[in-house]
Design a binder for this molecule. Sequence first.
Ligand code: SIN
Ligand code: FE2
Length: 227
Amino acid sequence: MPAGPSANLELFGSLDAPGGAAPGAQTRMGRQAWILRGLALPVTDALLRGVDEVLRQAPLRHMLTPGGRRMSVALTNCGALGWTSDEHGYRYTRTDPLSGNPWPAMPAAFAELARLAAQRAGFAGFEPDACPLNRYEPGSRLSLHQDRNERDMDAPIVSVSLGMAAVFLFGGHARTDPAQRHPLFHGDVAVWGGVDRLRYHGVLPVKDRPHPVLGSRRINFTLRKAG
Ligand code: SIN
Ligand code: FE2
């Protein structure tokens, strides 16, 4: 049987697995798509300080989709370019529409981890300039979508998960293609690029399994080369 959704959940145990998946393990989602288990664990203190610093300057907010619906994840950005959504569509901007200020600088720990993760996944020389940051609360979800607002499709997406575990959906190139289901735990880093760069992905509604440090929250930030 090919490694499908249930195979993965069996392999790594349930989302309740206290320590998550084995640090150092690698889950292959596609030819150029990986989950690097626990890669962020040695630097979570620096990452969480970075998160606090970003949130202080650019608070989380619930954006509207182009269809006018309020997103269940709360979002902000750091880096030179920030992703925003409103009734006019999705785009990258240099300033935070809430404050008019440039988006907060990308914490050095974010960029360093992103370079390491990209290199491990086969994408040397990754220099991100954008980093949307999402906060999930119990029930928050992200429906299947492609990351396609970035100018540079040669660069991968690097996605860092902190806090509560969630189920990541990794689909194909069409919205209706079947999606793999992979648990993402505190400290896991997913990377997808190359032939897998435009695959549909999303997050199932997050269940309330409080994390020892972050409580009933999941923080995910994705590093990209957008400009
Ligand atoms: C995203 O697709 O931008 C975020 C994915 C996640 O929260 O794991
Ligand atoms: Fe995405």
